[in-house]
Design a protein around this ligand. Sequence first.
Ligand code: ZN
Length: 236
Amino acid sequence: MSFIRKPLCQACGTPMLVALDQEPLCPACQEPLTASSLSRTRAVGLYRGALAEMIKAYKHGDRLDLVPRLASWMLASGKDLMDQAKDEPEAPLLVPIPLHWRRQLKRRYNQAALLASAIAKTSGAPLCQDVLIRQHFVASQKGQSADQRFANLYGAFGLREKRRALIKGRRIILVDDVRTTGATLQAAAEPLIEAGARQVDALVIALVPAPSSSYLASESRQKDDDASQFDAPIQD
Ligand SMILES: [Zn+2]
């Protein structure tokens, strides 16, 4: 089992080889173009080996008996998120990522919601299950690029109007099983920030590491180069 240990990127939670200073950021998170409204992500481990097998068994093999163990690991890995900061008027609120009703019908349970309620039960942290609604159905994103995923998920989540007052001024901890590119968490964070949440963090079981930690950064630089070529006046 490859548990994530420090040093890790303070933003996306990816493990790093060396700690550069007090609050290191990985190259992808240092790139201003990828700066997101999601503040911090914490994960138990990388999506590989025994941890990946456990997640597959939980999601697709009805192994609900794994919930208490996974939730206690998440609680340990997310300690710095779970603690209420001195300047925070209220404890952060746990919000699971909802499944689209079509998918939930097929799977019969929402894996993120079960984890969130186990975490809430153990830690005493407040939980609200029905803050977000899934506005459109997104087919399986397997094999799609990060850019495609972000585009597919744009506007995928909305806020339940009756929860607006609960969100305002509060720090939210989104709970999900796996972070692949971060597109889902990002899409879920957007309506919360819009509704006045003071900060949105995320707690997941596992991170799928980017092909290289600077993957997104180099990709967006590439696009900038293309754009400047396009805009450049034709010389001859
Ligand atoms: Zn990072």
